[in-house]
Ligand binder design. Structure first.
Ligand SMILES: NCc1[nH]cc(CCC(=O)O)c1CC(=O)O
Length: 342
């Protein structure tokens, strides 16, 4: 009659956070046969909408969820891996990295245009130095406009792409609408919101390298909840974990904050070789360093995770030896990479 008490999954209230939290809640219910309820965690970031992105960056949101976990106000939390600091949180554990969604960036342009088809001098919005630098490298004529806000707010800046309801989170200063030719957003975020249709081009990673961890989620819980840790392992997808482990080790070794113009993408090939591509850009797009490293991980079992991390560290050393630190502002970041986090 009483049954097992529900697991409490702590989440922010944004549309993207709710969508990905609900996806994971459903997967946990299926895997563990235990009910999961979403628990709204109000973060300081949510109170400071708008200005937050420039003040505290994505870390503010993650920190509030982690506090709620540590305090026992919730039992698990879902983070966008690209917003998760590379440093470990004491007492907490990323117990699962589910299968990664499409890691690519998506161009969302008016009239279905591609990057190559945008008119000369077109205005393209992004809050990410990584995206801005790579867009400028491909199209030096573009006017790259710094934008903030949630996915709906950003899409509304492109004529015809605002959500049908026209609703966007209330912001202190209402942002303009329909004033840009295009915005660039993560394909994975659009997919989770059911808005993949607004993408007019999925950008080739060799041209626009995604952020480390983009498209992947992290399911975090208390390390001491050993039964839950063991249960959540059923949601872990090893190829995705290997790829993002390499990407994040690279980011950590570059001491690159989330604002640094650094892209990285790991891929586990069918032959068991983990390939890691990475790029460090000069913010104006006028120069870039790109490097690739590969390592066979088939047959390593769980040692493969440590090997993936070593691959990322080694590629970072290659990039630094080639002068990455002269190209880009590496080191602790004052602003977030991609604006408001999920
Ligand atoms: N920093 C914002 C952010 N964090 C996670 C996503 C969704 C994609 C993902 O999970 O990687 C987004 C939106 C975006 O970059 O367009």
């Amino acid at each position: 009659m009483t049954g097992t008490p529900p697991l409490r999954l702590g989440t922010r209230g944004s549309a993207l956070a709710l969508a990905q939290s609900q996806m994971v809640a459903d997967a946990v219910e299926r895997a563990l046969g235990r009910p999961v309820e979403l628990v709204r965690v109000r973060t300081e970031g949510d109170r400071l909408t708008g200005s937050l992105a420039t003040l505290g960056g994505t870390g503010v949101f993650v920190a509030a969820l982690r506090e709620a976990l540590a305090d026992g106000r919730c039992d698990l939390a879902v983070h966008s891996l690209k917003d998760l600091p590379t440093a470990d949180a004491p007492g907490l554990l990323v117990a699962a990295i589910p299968e990664r969604a499409d890691p690519r960036d998506a161009l969302c342009a008016r009239d279905g245009r591609t990057l190559g088809g945008l008119p000369d001098g077109a205005r393209v919005g992004t809050g990410s130095p990584r995206r801005a630098a790579q867009l400028r490298a491909l199209r030096p004529d573009l006017d790259v406009v710094d934008i903030r806000g949630n996915v709906d707010t950003r899409l509304a800046r492109v004529p015809g792409l605002g959500s049908p309801g026209g609703q966007a989170a209330p912001e202190r200063h209402a942002p303009p609408r329909g004033d840009l030719d295009a915005v660039v957003l993560a394909a994975a975020g659009l997919a989770r919101l059911g808005r993949s249709g607004v993408a007019s081009e999925l950008l080739d990673p060799t041209a626009v390298m995604p952020a480390p961890g983009q498209g992947a989620l992290a399911v975090e819980c208390r390390a001491a909840d050993t039964a839950l840790v063991a249960g959540l392992a059923a949601l872990d997808h090893l190829p995705s974990r290997l790829a993002v482990t390499a990407e994040r080790a690279l980011l950590a070794a570059l001491e690159a904050g989330c604002a640094a113009p650094v892209g990285a993408l790991g891929t586990l090939r069918p032959d068991g070789v983990l390939v890691l591509d990475a790029v460090v850009c000069r913010p104006d797009g006028g120069a870039r360093l790109a490097r690739t490293a590969a390592l066979p991980v088939a047959g390593l079992g769980h040692d493969a995770v440590a090997a993936a991390a070593a691959l990322g560290t080694r590629l970072a050393a290659d990039l630094l030896a080639a002068g990455a630190a002269d190209l880009a502002p590496l080191g602790p970041a004052p602003t977030p990479a991609d604006g408001t986090p999920a």
